[in-house]
Design a protein around this ligand. Structure first.
Ligand SMILES: CC1=C(CCC(=O)O)c2cc3nc(cc4[nH]c(cc5[nH]c(cc1n2)c(C)c5CCC(=O)O)c(CCC(=O)O)c4C)C(CCC(=O)O)=C3C
Ligand SMILES: [Fe+2]
Length: 382
């Protein structure tokens, strides 16, 4: 490969890797809506947190802190109802388009589990599944961990070799995912724009810097924060293109892990305090890292960050998550069809130069050296 090719590769990794990231058509039997899962009552909170944090080295104080967030909402995370609504909306959209693909729903950390969905698929004779993970970006937590958990669920159910699971590409820059944020930021600015000085904060889940730096394919360099940070920045730029002159930043929330471990910064609350000191009076908070209302949105943004803004005398609004926005729902169906039909790269919509992302994860994609190697589906080994 020439030096010129390398430069192109670094600037636009997916677009320059040609057919390698688009797979041949596959006659899928069903869609697997794969999510995180969350507790549905006070008694679920601790068992759920144990499921999530097993072997993760999360300090006990952090667990108590997070349990308190769930307790304040009756032990119920909004995430499961959001997924029930998304499943129903996908079914309605598929029916409206005359597409005969059932939607199965399974979670990584709470019932209904991925293994429940796989058993159901097998019983119904649906053995070729296309997963939509409820997470748009590349990183260990938002991509590879889903792929590892698909592999673990296949092993647990004994369905390895009987049921196969592919996935749609990471969809951070698909128009259907971005449109709700475009709409939300426009409405948010109209709401707080009357104040003297307005700023937009794009917030996403912090992750350990070691994970962020390994996000995306091993052979491509995305700079500090890896593909994870680069994808968020690129999407935020697209959203802000409509609002020249308005200041914005990418910030991080929901940090956990031991204090000695570096995680992506700045924290949203620290940044709000700095902006207040700089004379910012109006704030639009964009939950860019989340496809629907999770506890991270309900607590870390709507409770904590809005309180921080209020304490500094700012007027702040939080933009809605994509949820069941019609553009998002129909975009997910488009993602299913492009994968099923093997649509070529140049016909796939992508709003940033980083995409369209890969159908099949490349070697070493989003690997986690902290937790070690685990088998994963929908990727090129190792
Ligand atoms: C990038 C990312 C996403 C976005 C991608 C995606 O959506 O998948 C995400 C989503 C979510 N994270 C969630 C909940 C939790 N995440 C935790 C812990 C962690 N998250 C991490 C990262 C991410 N997490 C990381 C690096 C850890 C440290 C442990 C580890 O290395 O794995 C913990 C343990 C306690 C704590 O440490 O906070 C909990 C309870 C819920 C459910 C919320 C609800 O119930 O509504 C959702 C949607
Ligand atoms: Fe998390």
């Amino acid at each position: 490969m020439s030096a010129a090719d390398c430069q192109v590769l670094a600037a636009s990794p997916a677009a320059s890797s040609g057919a390698a990231h688009v797979e041949a058509p596959v006659a899928y039997g069903a869609i697997l809506l794969a999510s995180f899962g969350g507790p549905e009552g006070q008694d679920d909170v601790i068992p759920f947190l144990r499921n999530v944090t097993r072997g993760r080295g999360i300090p006990e104080e952090r667990l108590e802190e997070v349990a308190h967030h769930y307790r304040a909402f009756g032990g119920v995370s909004p995430i499961n109802d959001q997924n029930r609504a998304l499943k129903a909306a996908l079914e309605a959209e598929l029916a409206a388009r005359g597409i005969d693909l059932p939607v199965l729903w399974g979670n990584r950390n709470w019932a209904p589990y991925l293994s429940d969905a796989l058993r159901e698929a097998d019983e119904r004779g649906l053995r070729t599944l296309l997963a939509i993970g409820t997470s748009a970006y590349s990183s260990y937590s938002s991509c590879r961990q889903y792929r590892e958990d698909y592999a673990a669920a296949l092993a647990e159910t004994g369905l390895e070799g009987t049921v196969t699971i592919d996935k749609v590409r990471q969809f951070f820059d698909h128009p259907g995912f971005v449109q709700p944020f475009v709409d939300g930021v426009r409405a948010g600015l109209a709401e707080v724009g009357g104040t003297a000085k307005t700023h937009v904060l794009f917030s996403t889940h912090s992750v350990p810097i070691a994970d962020a730096d390994r996000s995306g394919p091993r052979d491509l360099d995305f700079g500090a924060g890896g593909a994870y940070a680069a994808q968020h920045r690129a999407v935020a730029e697209v959203v802000m293109a409509d609002h020249p002159g308005v200041g914005w930043d990418l910030v991080y929330q929901s940090r956990s892990g031991p204090p000695t471990q570096p995680w992506l910064e700045p924290d949203i609350n620290d940044r709000i305090a700095e902006l207040a000191a700089d004379g910012v009076t109006g704030l639009v908070i964009v939950p860019l890292g989340f496809i629907s209302d999770h506890m991270e949105v309900a607590w870390d943004l709507d409770t904590e960050a809005l309180e921080t803004a209020d304490a500094h005398g700012m007027t702040a609004v939080r933009v809605p998550t994509p949820g069941v926005h019609p553009a998002f729902v129909s975009g997910l169906v488009d993602l299913v069809l492009e994968r099923r039909d093997g649509v070529p790269t140049d016909e796939r919509p992508a709003l940033t130069a980083l995409g369209p992302w890969f159908d099949v994860c490349r070697p070493g994609c989003c690997e986690n050296v902290r937790l070690g190697f685990k088998p994963a589906v929908a990727g090129i080994a190792p």
